[in-house]
Ligand binder design. Structure first.
Ligand SMILES: *Cc1c(COP(=O)(O)O)cnc(C)c1O
Length: 395
């Protein structure tokens, strides 16, 4: 038995999306910019996909720009907000300390160009509030960018309330919704969002394709210069198979969302109950304000990396948090943003899954994690000191 519980890193391709993509690798290979019949068949598929993606988030198709993934959409949204602000003499941006690196590193780049960045601290429950955002907004604030769902701990941010604050104050609002789209309902109009990023491979679409929603009237700057594709905002021949696959996967995810959420939430609750039986363990982030299938735990006295390797050997694919930090020994910036001490942030475990997870899979995790944690603690000098009372327990 091998249990895949790392959907927040990437998901499998849905068979229906694969089937929808197949003709566009072979028979329908035209360039969507070409005027001939093969080109026009590709252009029609592109238009249908754009309408499908727009409908899933309650946008107009003219507001959807396909990109090469979530990171590119984040980069383009933030650079666009910054460029628009700079033209009006506004060079302040508000974000949070627990964003994805696609956001944080773009903000670092802007800082070097003279922008001032306010990174909001996150409350211990893994949520920032609209009041936090409201307090940080200034006269010269060009952009607010706050993620919809945190990719390491799964908490949902109050995007509608933050959107309302931004709209009232006349500040542009972007949300990295890569972990939200296809998992929770997303309505860009109701949420007062100006720009929103998504990535197909986080909802069973193909890798390397995503989209940026930009509300009508929000001017985008190019990250990729080139031809007139994507209304001139993203050069390069469109990845038609990828875009078609993204639309098919999103349509399927939205259609099944209600049913899947109930099932996945029940599995998640069972998992939380099971793993919190481990002494000196904690669930990171609010228990309720979270997507159905992402949980993150800390186990005192152990290293996340060793835990992952031993779980893999037992047939469980999990993560210590962000795929981007795996391989580095630095604790997760997300857990540190929650205010967790370094010692605890090291021993984290993220499990992320959706309706493909079975009850047997969850049972296997609930059986295996406590065994592996005990095994690692037996060998851990840190745990030994904790148990002998030489250092106090933090959890
Ligand atoms: C995965 C992810 C990204 C990056 O998306 P890619 O398609 O891998 O570039 C950005 N933000 C969040 C929250 C993510 O989970």
């Amino acid at each position: 038995m091998y249990v895949y519980a790392d959907n927040a890193a990437t998901t499998s391709l849905s068979p229906r999306a694969l089937e929808a993509m197949m003709p566009y690798f072979s028979e329908v290979y035209g360039n969507a910019s070409s005027l001939h019949t093969p080109g026009q068949r590709a252009a029609e598929a592109l238009q249908r996909a754009r309408e499908t993606v727009a409908k899933a988030i309650n946008a107009d198709f003219k507001e959807v720009y396909f990109t090469g993934g979530g990171s590119e959409a984040d980069n383009q949204a933030i650079l666009s907000g910054a460029a628009l602000g700079a033209r009006k003499g506004k060079k302040h941006i508000v974000s949070t300390a627990f964003e994805h690196h696609a956001v944080l590193h773009t903000l670092d780049k802007l800082k070097k160009q003279g922008f001032e960045i306010t990174l909001l601290d996150v409350h211990e429950n893994g949520v920032v509030t609209a009041q936090d955002v409201a307090r940080a907004i200034r006269e010269d604030t060009a952009l607010v960018t706050v993620m919809f769902v945190n990719n390491e701990i799964g908490t949902i941010q109050p995007i509608g309330e933050i959107g309302a604050v931004c709209r009232e104050r006349g500040v542009l609002f972007h949300t990295d919704a890569v972990q939200a789209v296809g998992h929770v309902p997303v309505d860009v109009k109701a949420l007062n969002v100006d720009m929103l990023s998504m990535a197909a491979h986080k909802f069973h679409g193909p890798k390397g394709v995503g989209a940026l929603y930009a509300r009508k009237g929000v001017p985008l700057v190019n990250v990729i210069e080139g031809g007139q594709q994507e209304r001139g905002k993203r050069g390069g021949t469109e990845n038609i198979p990828g875009i078609v696959g993204m639309a098919a996967a999103l349509e399927e995810a939205v259609a099944n969302m209600d049913r899947d959420s109930a099932y996945v939430t029940a599995l998640r609750e069972k998992l939380i109950e099971g793993l919190l039986q481990i002494p000196h363990s904690r669930l990171n982030g609010d228990r309720e304000k979270r997507v159905p299938g992402t949980v993150n735990f800390c186990f005192e006295g152990i290293e996340g990396e060793s835990l992952l390797l031993l779980l893999d050997a037992r047939g469980i694919a999990a993560s210590s948090g962000s795929a981007c930090t795996s391989g580095s020994l630095d604790p997760s910036h997300v857990l540190l943003a929650l205010g967790l001490p370094h010692e605890i942030a090291h021993g984290s475990l993220r499990l992320s899954f959706d309706a493909q997870m079975t009850e047997q899979g969850i049972d296997h995790i609930i059986r295996s994690v406590p065994e592996v944690v005990s095994y690692l603690r037996e060998m851990s000098p840190v745990w030994d000191e904790l148990e002998r009372g030489q250092t106090p327990h933090l959890i």
